[in-house]
Design a protein around this ligand. Sequence first.
Ligand SMILES: Nc1ncnc2c1ncn2[C@@H]1O[C@H](COP(=O)(O)OP(=O)(O)OP(=O)(O)O)[C@@H](O)[C@H]1O
Ligand SMILES: [Mg+2]
Length: 260
Amino acid sequence: MLTVENVQLSFGGVKALTGVSVDAATSKITAVIGPNGAGKTSLFNVISGFYKPQTGRVVLDGEDITAMKPHTRAYRGMSRTFQNIALFAGMTVLDNVKLGAHTRLTGGLIASGLRLPSARRQEEELDHEIRRNVMGLLELDHVQDSYVEDLAYGLQKRVELARALVMRPKILLLDEPVAGMNREEKREMSRFVVDVRDRLNTTVLLIEHDMGMVMGISDHIVVLSFGKPIASGTPSEIGKNPEVIKAYLGGAEERSDAAA
Ligand SMILES: Nc1ncnc2c1ncn2[C@@H]1O[C@H](COP(=O)(O)OP(=O)(O)OP(=O)(O)O)[C@@H](O)[C@H]1O
Ligand SMILES: [Mg+2]
């Protein structure tokens, strides 16, 4: 579904990505892991169009999207969540989720502002579909009229996931979806990401530091270290790869040096 080919990205003298190639297979969960500063977020920003690589290509479902702006990529079926909560306080869960549909409402703001019948019909259909598919799948029906700020952290993250799914993306990019969660919330989020793969057939690309989640739900794992892929394989292959273990232990030593 998504192919990143030989991407190089530098910020001045800092080489964030040097020759990175990654594939995300259709209807599978692919995880990108690696020590701090390895280039994971930079890679996501190249994929979603926030950074332009100096060389290399990004291909989505057969189409070269390297030169496209982020919103054009969204129209092409790419959706993402952010590491920090990005919900609108003072709005309900349902309204926050509906905001994810802006790329699907073709009537535009003027049509819906004037309450033209076409725009209203489209909005009603969308409403119906959101309630039936997304809210049900993510078990958000019981809180759909609550204000987002009144929800527990884990539920708020689930609302963000729901919003990212409203456009029925071909690929969903998740940036540390369980960071800051307790064990129960992590378990739930992992289950919902698996449901998104299995019931919506969405392709998922996941950045996550939580090894329990990564090892538990990924079909394929790519390991970055200092801006380069150093390994890729199944969770069990990655778990016993000496290069990977070395990269992580090396990072841990640096961190404890810095703390000392
Ligand atoms: N906007 C930027 N300007 C300058 N340097 C940057 C920028 N973004 C990232 N970098 C540098 O690029 C390298 C990779 O950073 P990146 O944030 O992609 O790592 P990461 O794998 O996401 O790390 P973490 O696990 O800590 O989130 C680092 O050396 C970082 O300092
Ligand atoms: Mg990062």
